[in-house]
Design a protein around this ligand. Structure first.
Ligand SMILES: [Zn+2]
Length: 120
């Protein structure tokens, strides 16, 4: 019997601007995952202490108002305040859609490889 190794498919999120960010760094984006489907978020860049974080952004879920803070530290680590990141990030590298989306849309140099290449 031949054993076929299954390829591990990392989680993906596709993102599409509904409203491109204005001068203050505020916009509306749609994040879509296979599990949850499309969700609209208000994205807002927020000022950071440059000795701690490179940049930070908040994602506010338009339907329920829940707000998540995503930041990238000067060491290059990602953090998010959502439950998925808090509980899963040790098993799944960078595994939350907010960090993944932030990498794609906020920081031009994409560092999270599994982002679907659908950002506009
Ligand atoms: Zn998150």
């Amino acid at each position: 019997m031949i054993r076929v190794k299954r390829k591990v498919i990392p989680p993906t999120v596709s993102c599409r601007w509904q409203t491109p960010p204005d001068e203050s760094g505020r916009g509306v984006i749609e994040l879509t995952t296979q599990r949850v489907g499309p969700t609209l978020y208000i994205v807002q860049r927020i000022p950071t202490d440059p000795t701690v974080a490179v940049q930070a952004v908040t994602f506010t879920n338009q339907s329920n108002g829940e707000k998540y803070h995503v930041a990238r530290t000067v060491e290059g680590h990602w953090s998010c305040t959502c439950a998925a990141f808090t509980f899963q990030h040790e098993h799944l590298r960078h595994a939350c859609k907010h960090c993944t989306a932030a990498a794609a849309i906020v920081w031009p140099k994409r560092e999270l490889k599994y982002v679907e290449d659908t950002c506009i």
